[in-house]
Design a binder for this molecule. Structure first.
Ligand SMILES: C[S@@+](CC[C@H](N)C(=O)[O-])C[C@H]1O[C@@H](n2cnc3c(N)ncnc32)[C@H](O)[C@@H]1O
Length: 272
């Protein structure tokens, strides 16, 4: 495997044998090893592959399908970037849902090389013989290695949105699908970790420049986690790992089981 990509300025970028490419220039790195660490990526991979967030993946799949159906009259191939894709769970779910249909052009991008490496490897394990539907790229949302007005949709899931870049790379009428934690998301875990929960932020949604509001969908369900391993994996893949005190973390890590509320919001913004 392997190979290389070449840009219009003649710079070469090797495609790693695992099937991803690093397009993050040194000057765009704020640290030696930016983004989620190898340990966090491994924890997220175990947690997501156990299916606990499958309803979130289904929510995203439905939103993409609806948008594809609307555009299908005009074009054959539908393009989507997962900006801050982590270990690629949501794009893999999309690929599996449309297997055999070569009508998707997908790119997963993350600033963490560990995340992108894991995403590329897992897609390969899923279908070793098949042509791969997704391109996996180490890069930053702040400087997307994508031409302007090229994409039908951008996913930003529990991520770090850079609206000016998202609006630059989307076609007119393209969709930004943003998934964020709602007020009750993982509330029971937060109650264990923190002495008191912060009050909910009030105020409406601010419309990002270059976008118009389309719709919001709320998804709420209960999750039963069994075993210390799963609970510590969940903790390791959330910002609570860093925000919690050592005591708070220890309380969570001592739990043998936990019933949790999953509460997420999917907001669709249309590029105007
Ligand atoms: C909370 S995780 C969510 C990962 C994935 N979207 C998911 O839901 O499973 C946030 C991800 O954003 C990545 N990230 C952080 N800063 C970034 C940036 N400037 N550009 C792209 N990705 C970034 C991290 O490495 C991490 O994988």
């Amino acid at each position: 495997m392997g190979g290389a990509l070449c840009c219009v300025n003649g710079h070469g970028f090797d495609i790693a044998k695992q099937g991803y490419v690093n397009l993050l220039p040194v000057q765009h790195k704020r640290s030696h090893d930016p983004g989620d660490s190898k340990t966090m990526v491994a924890a997220r991979q175990r947690f997501l592959n156990s299916g606990h967030y499958q309803p979130i993946a289904a929510l995203v799949r439905r939103a993409i399908s609806q948008h594809r159906d609307i555009l299908a009259v005009q074009q054959a191939q539908y393009s989507c970037l997962d900006a801050g894709c982590g270990e690629g769970y949501y794009l893999r779910q999309l690929v599996q849902a449309v297997s055999g249909v070569h009508s998707l052009a997908l790119m997963g991008l993350d600033i963490s090389k560990w995340a992108v490496l894991s995403a590329a490897k897992q897609e390969r394990q899923l279908a070793p013989e098949q042509t791969h539907q997704a391109s996996w790229v180490v890069g930053s949302n702040a400087h997307l290695p994508v031409q302007s007005r090229a994409l039908d949709s951008v996913l930003c899931m529990f991520g770090f949105p850079v609206y000016s870049e998202f609006s630059r790379v989307l076609k007119e009428g393209g969709l930004l699908l943003q998934v964020e934690a709602g007020p009750n998301h993982l509330r029971q875990l937060r109650e264990v970790i923190y002495p008191a929960l912060k009050p909910e932020r009030s105020g409406g949604l601010a419309v990002p420049e270059g976008f118009g509001y389309q719709y919001t969908e709320t998804l709420c369900y209960e999750l039963q986690l069994e075993g210390k391993g799963m609970i510590s994996d969940l903790l390791a893949m959330t910002p609570h790992l860093y925000r919690a005190t050592a005591d708070g973390r220890a309380r969570a890590e001592a739990l043998e089981e936990l019933t949790l509320t999953v509460d997420v919001r999917l907001t669709a913004w249309q590029r105007v």
